[in-house]
Design a protein around this ligand. Structure first.
Ligand code: NAP
Length: 298
């Protein structure tokens, strides 16, 4: 299939584009920087240069592709507004097409809010964190859009490779101080980047529509345990600094509350409907490997 991926140079988008290419698909990745074009070409992904603010240059490619995957995120602008605009462009193009296109939207488990110890899944009423309060509505636009196959992926906190949020523990470990928002006894729902990419591949090929998938592994380490594993992997000398949420919010805004979430998110729907299985056992299990990978990507 011809598949279009936004954010193809990004942490999630690049892994997804590579997984699709490995499976033999013809992959077109939207990028906005020259260096990113080379990154994509090396992985046999066709770069399409455009931005979410000005996606017109990608329009002809989008029209040709059977699957449209949105994995771009612009943290320099109003992230959710840009997200919604890009989704609207993809949906409008998909609706106009004679081809029955699949549109896959990347949301995230933060739409579940703080779940405490309770296991939540795709049937649970959402209580989104303030930072992502607009995401449930964007999810609905995708799921309920007529004439297309709309799907939503909600990744847990992604680890492995470039590192994502776990990279902050490694850089803190190297600089001597790891900052943790709250007391660190909270658990994040996690997923390895390659397991996540596999889920997108299986979804792209599934023919399903109107479905949401929480994509997480089964690890249940606390943030303190994961950060401690990161520090040991990086040489074991750094101190931990626990920031009260109110203090962290002054510097980080609504992002701080997301880092303090305690979450337990079930991914068995993906296991049942897609046959998806996470092959990585959690961040703590492979922290040394993930540290080396993070350093190599830096
Ligand atoms: N990482 C996680 O742990 C995680 C967990 C759950 C959900 N998610 C969701 O996954 C999505 C992707 O996150 P990520 O971690 O992959 O982020 P990322 O590594 O920062 O990647 C963002 C991508 O979007 C591109 N981009 C940014 N602004 C753009 C613009 N104006 N026009 C076109 N492209 C633009 C970036 O291009 P450049 O390379 O040029 O910057 C990059 O390719 C987000 O919606 C995020 O909420 C991520």
């Amino acid at each position: 299939m011809k598949i279009f991926v936004t954010g193809a140079s990004g942490y999630v988008g690049f892994a997804v584009a590579c997984a699709l290419r490995r499976a033999g698909h013809e992959v077109y990745g939207m990028v906005r920087r020259k260096e990113a074009e080379t990154l994509l070409r090396r992985a046999e992904i066709h770069p399409v240069t455009a931005t979410m603010q000005n996606p017109a240059a990608a329009q002809a490619t989008v029209e040709q592709c059977a699957v449209l995957i949105h994995a771009a995120a612009d943290y320099q602008t109003d992230t959710m507004k840009t997200d919604r605009q890009m989704v609207a462009v993809l949906l409008a193009t998909a609706r106009r097409s004679l081809q029955h296109k699949t549109v896959i939207y990347t949301s995230g488990v933060w739409v579940h809010g703080d779940t405490g110890g309770e296991l939540v899944d795709e049937t649970t009423v959402l209580h989104p964190a303030q930072l992502v309060k607009d995401r449930p509505e964007i999810e609905r636009l995708v799921l309920e859009s007529p004439g297309i196959r709309g799907l939503v992926v909600r990744p847990g906190c992604v680890y492995g490779g470039r590192g994502g949020l776990t990279g902050a523990w490694f850089s803190g470990a190297e600089s001597g101080e790891v900052n943790i928002v709250g007391n660190g006894d909270n658990r994040w729902a996690m997923v390895h980047v390659e397991d996540l990419a596999d889920a997108y591949l299986q979804l792209a090929e599934s023919g399903l529509k109107g479905e949401v998938f929480d994509i997480t592994d089964r690890s249940r380490a606390t943030v303190n345990e994961m950060a401690a594993a990161a520090v040991i992997a990086a040489g074991g000398k750094a101190k931990f600094k626990h920031l009260p949420l109110a203090e962290a919010q002054q510097g980080m805004g609504d992002f701080a509350a997301c880092l303090a979430l305690d979450q337990h998110v079930d991914a068995r729907k993906a296991v049942r409907l897609l046959g998806w299985q996470p092959k990585h056992g959690g961040f703590v299990d492979g922290a040394e490997t993930y540290y080396q990978a993070w350093k190599a990507w830096k």
